[in-house]
Design a protein around this ligand. Structure first.
Ligand code: G6P
Length: 367
């Protein structure tokens, strides 16, 4: 069946807008809303015995893995190692028996990730994979297949596969916590409730499309852009920078907000837009003080936060993008939307080939 763009100008745009639907679709196979429980596919190994997780992936899928590390460690107290697939085998990783190796891939075919999977299999790891193509090589090689139900993703820059990966990984981390006796029924019900709020919050984030399109003209002339975030939203800063590089060809870097002062602050002047991802919450104050260090040096800030955050810190920013107020668990899903839209509209403003950016491939099947 040919996949059509419908009323959208680009596949990437269509895929960004599909996220509320496909995330809901994905969550349906990992949650039982009626019972307020997390429900995973039949697992024939003992989760409570797993004392270490190794996550391996590339590109956007790697950033989903980085977010998942926060969740596995926070909820299930399992230490997580994470590597780029292209680096993994070459550091001679220590793989102790009983570890779980988790591979994240839209295509299920990325050569480096597949090679890492085979290496882990040969070294006694239980193999789980979060893939969007259930007939892929990674899917076939896995003990535990955790499909994302994003549907075919055509745009080279990954969008909907990412948020669906996050949905699966959040459910998986909660499941681990339950099995390890670290999450009681009430806490599990809370997690389910917050995850089920994600589709509506993604919709609310998408409502800012026009505003972000207008703002894109402020970013399009820049030569460099910085993205800052903290905690589980730090990987979103990396993902935001990656999206911008991929499709608009503007140099961008993602940084952990607190690490700014150890280098990148030297780059700040009024020609470098700084995109700050800062949902209100326990890490907000700290991020804002990093943001103010940027402003004090003439940096032009775009603050992406909720109404509370913007009321507290929006003054003096070049622009603000208001996200719905969400539970920290789903913030990485919701904050993916404005960074995707910003990259998209900057690319459109620059007239690049959004769906087929130069030098990039949808699936990289060479190592
Ligand atoms: C390519 C794509 C990216 C993707 C990465 C990993 O570089 O252009 O969008 O994130 O591969 O692909 P995978 O299919 O393994 O998630």
């Amino acid at each position: 069946v040919a996949i059509e763009k419908g009323n959208y100008r680009h596949f990437m745009q269509k895929e960004i807008f599909e996220q509320p639907t496909v995330v809901a679709q994905t969550l349906r196979s990992y949650l039982r809303p009626g019972e307020q429980r997390v429900a995973l596919p039949q697992i024939d190994f003992d989760i409570s015995a797993i004392d270490r997780i190794t996550i391996v992936a590339c590109g956007t899928s790697y950033y989903a893995g980085m977010v998942a590390k926060y969740w596995f460690e926070q909820f299930a107290r399992v230490p997580v190692d994470i590597d780029f697939a292209s680096e993994f085998r070459y550091r001679d990783p220590i793989l102790t028996p009983g570890g779980l190796a988790l591979f994240i891939s839209q295509s299920g075919e990325t050569a480096d990730t597949l090679a890492a999977l085979k290496h882990c299999k040969a070294n006694g790891q239980v193999i789980a994979s979060v893939v969007n193509v259930p007939t892929s090589s990674m899917a076939r090689e896995s003990d535990l297949l955790l499909p994302t139900h994003a549907g075919p993703e055509i745009g080279v820059a990954s969008t909907k596969a990412f948020t669906c990966q996050l949905a699966v990984l959040a459910a998986l981390a909660a499941h681990f916590a339950v099995k390890k006796g670290l999450m009681d029924r009430e806490e599990e019900a809370e997690v389910v409730k917050h995850l089920l709020e994600a589709p509506a919050s993604l919709n609310a984030a998408l409502d800012h499309d026009d505003e972000i399109a207008d703002m894109a003209h402020l970013i399009a002339p820049a030569r460099d852009v910085l993205y800052l975030g903290r905690g589980a939203d730090f990987p979103l800063a990396l993902e935001g920078a990656l999206k911008l590089k991929e499709i608009s060809y503007i140099h961008a870097e993602g940084y952990a907000s607190g690490e700014m002062k150890h280098g990148p602050i030297a780059l700040i002047d009024d020609a470098v837009p700084v995109i700050v991802l800062a949902p209100s919450g326990p890490l907000f104050e700290k991020t804002v003080s990093n943001m103010q260090e940027v402003q004090a040096r003439g940096g032009k800030v775009v603050l992406i936060s909720d109404a509370d955050g913007i009321a507290q810190a929006g003054e003096g920013c070049m622009a603000v993008i208001e996200m719905p107020k969400v539970h920290p668990l789903i913030a990485p899903l919701v904050y993916a939307v404005p960074v995707q839209l910003l990259a998209y509209h900057v690319a459109v403003a620059k007239g690049t080939d959004v769906d087929q950016p130069r030098n990039l491939a949808k699936s990289v099947t060479v190592e």
